[in-house]
Design a protein around this ligand. Structure first.
Ligand code: MN
Length: 397
C-alpha cells in the first residue's frame, strides 16, 4: 500500500503564535499541540516530534517503537523543561500514525485526534481524547454533544511533559485501498463538526487540497486555536505518490465512533487504553500559563468532584504553588474552592510574599496557582521564586 500525504498547520485567527507542529516522515506521520508559558508550547511540540522522528530508518514501522518513541519524547520534553525555567510547565499532545503496508498503527496522548474515512461509512474517530469531558462521557455523565461544546473541553488528563511515566494509547487497524486517515489538533475539531469534516474529506480528492479546505473551514468558523491537519490516502502500490521528506513545520501561520471496530493492543502490563491514567492536567485553551488555567476550571470542578465520587484519586496527586494568606505556599490538590469542596490544602508554607513575587513577570499569575507535576517540582518552583525575589530577573547585578 502506498500513502499519499497532505499536511498543513495554521496559526488560526486568534492566537499570537502557532504552538502546533506536524511531522511527515513516511511512513511516520504525527501532529502535536503544545502548551505552556512563553515559548514553551512551541518548544514542546516541535521537540516531541523531533525526538519521535529521530528513529532509525524503518525502525518506526514497529508499533512498539512508536510507543517507546513517544515515551522518549516525553522524557526529553520533561528534561528540557527542567533545564530552562522559561519552559517550565510546557507540555504537548502527540498523535502519530505509522503506515505498515495494509495496516496503520496509531498511538496518542492528549486530545489531538485520528479519524478514518472509509467509503460508505461515517467518519470514524479512532482515538479517545484524554480529557476530563471525555471521561465524563464514558461515565455517562455528559453526552457527546455536551462534551463538544463544553467550555472546559480542552482540560487534558494526559500530555507529554508532565510526568515521568506516561501511558500511550495505541491501536492497529487494517487499512483498505481508498481509506483516508486524518490526524488533527483540536483547533480543527473544536471549530468544525464531524459531519462537515467528513463532507470536506469526501469532496476533495487531493490530500493537500483537503488539508487546505479543512483549515479554511476552521478559520471561517472563528479560528480560535492553532489548526493542524494531516490527510493520508492509502492507495494500491502502483498509484503515484509524492516523495516525502522530514518536515517539522509551523506555517505563518466531538464525535462518537461508528463503523468497524478497531483492535486495541495493550502492551506489557500497561493499562489498556480504556484504563485511562489520571494525571489531571489542566489545559484549557492552552493559554500562556497552566496556572491561569486553574481559575477557569469552573464547571470542570463539578467534573472533578464527580470523578472523585467515582473513586478517582488524581486530585491528591496534583500539586501547585499558589497563595496562602499573602504568602507563597505549596498545595496538594487543584486550585479551586467551588461547590464548597476544598480540592486542595496547603502542604508547605513559606515566608515569601505573594504580592512581591507577582510583581515579577514570571510569577504574575501566581495566585491563580502554578501547577507542578510533583512535590519536588513544586519545591523547585518555590526555590526559583525565592531566587527571583533575591535578584529579580532582568535586574542588573
Ligand atoms: Mn489546540
Amino acid at each position: 500500500m502506498r500513502v499519499l500525504a497532505g499536511a498543513r498547520s495554521d496559526i488560526g485567527r486568534a492566537r499570537e503564535r502557532n504552538e502546533d507542529a506536524y511531522l511527515v516522515k513516511e511512513p511516520l506521520f504525527a501532529v502535536a499541540d503544545g502548551m505552556g508559558g512563553h515559548r514553551g508550547g512551541d518548544v514542546a511540540s516541535s521537540l516531541a516530534l523531533e525526538i519521535l522522528g529521530a528513529g532509525e530508518e524503518g525502525e518506526e514501522r514497529q508499533p512498539v517503537l512508536l510507543t517507546s518513541g513517544i515515551k522518549k519524547a516525553n522524557q526529553r520534553v520533561l528534561e528540557r523543561a527542567e533545564a530552562d525555567r522559561d519552559l517550565r510547565g510546557m507540555g504537548t499532545t502527540l498523535t502519530a500514525i505509522v503506515a505498515e503496508d495494509a495496516r496503520a498503527h496509531v498511538a496518542h496522548v492528549g486530545d489531538s485526534r485520528a479519524y478514518l474515512l472509509r467509503e460508505g461509512n461515517a467518519l470514524q474517530q479512532l482515538t479517545e481524547d484524554h480529557t476530563l469531558v471525555q471521561r465524563m462521557v464514558r461515565e455517562g455523565r455528559l453526552s457527546p454533544e455536551e462534551a463538544g461544546t463544553h467550555p472546559q473541553r480542552s482540560v487534558l488528563t494526559r500530555a507529554l511533559g508532565v510526568e515521568e511515566e506516561i501511558a500511550v494509547d495505541e491501536l492497529t487497524l487494517d487499512v483498505h485501498a481508498g481509506d483516508r486517515l486524518l490526524l488533527c489538533t483540536d483547533g480543527l475539531t473544536s471549530m468544525v463538526g464531524r459531519d462537515r469534516i467528513q463532507q470536506i474529506l469526501e469532496g476533495e480528492r487531493d490530500p493537500q487540497a483537503a488539508c487546505d479546505r479543512l483549515i479554511d473551514a476552521a478559520n471561517r468558523a472563528g479560528g480560535e486555536d492553532n489548526i493542524t491537519v494531516i490527510v493520508l490516502d492509502f492507495l494500491k502500490d502502483e498509484a503515484a505518490r509524492d516523495p516525502a521528506a522530514t518536515v517539522i513545520t509551523r506555517e505563518a501561520g466531538p464525535a462518537e465512533t461508528h463503523a468497524e471496530p478497531v483492535e486495541h493492543i495493550p502492551l506489557e502490563g500497561r493499562p489498556a487504553p480504556s484504563e485511562e491514567r489520571t494525571s489531571g492536567i489542566s489545559q484549557p485553551q492552552r493559554r500562556r500559563r497552566w496556572g491561569r488555567v486553574a481559575l477557569r476550571i469552573g464547571v470542570a470542578v463539578a467534573v472533578l468532584a464527580a470523578a472523585l465520587a467515582a473513586g478517582v484519586n488524581y486530585i491528591d496527586r496534583q500539586w501547585y504553588v499558589g497563595d496562602a494568606d499573602g504568602r507563597v505556599a505549596i498545595y496538594r490538590g487543584i486550585p479551586s474552592e467551588i461547590l464548597g469542596f476544598d480540592l486542595s490544602h496547603v502542604e508547605v508554607s513559606t515566608e515569601l510574599s505573594t504580592a512581591q513575587a507577582q510583581r515579577l513577570q514570571p510569577w504574575q499569575d501566581l495566585s491563580d496557582g502554578i501547577t507542578a507535576g510533583s512535590l519536588e517540582a513544586a519545591r523547585a518552583i518555590v526555590a526559583q521564586i525565592r531566587r527571583d525575589l533575591q535578584s529579580p530577573p532582568g535586574a542588573s547585578p
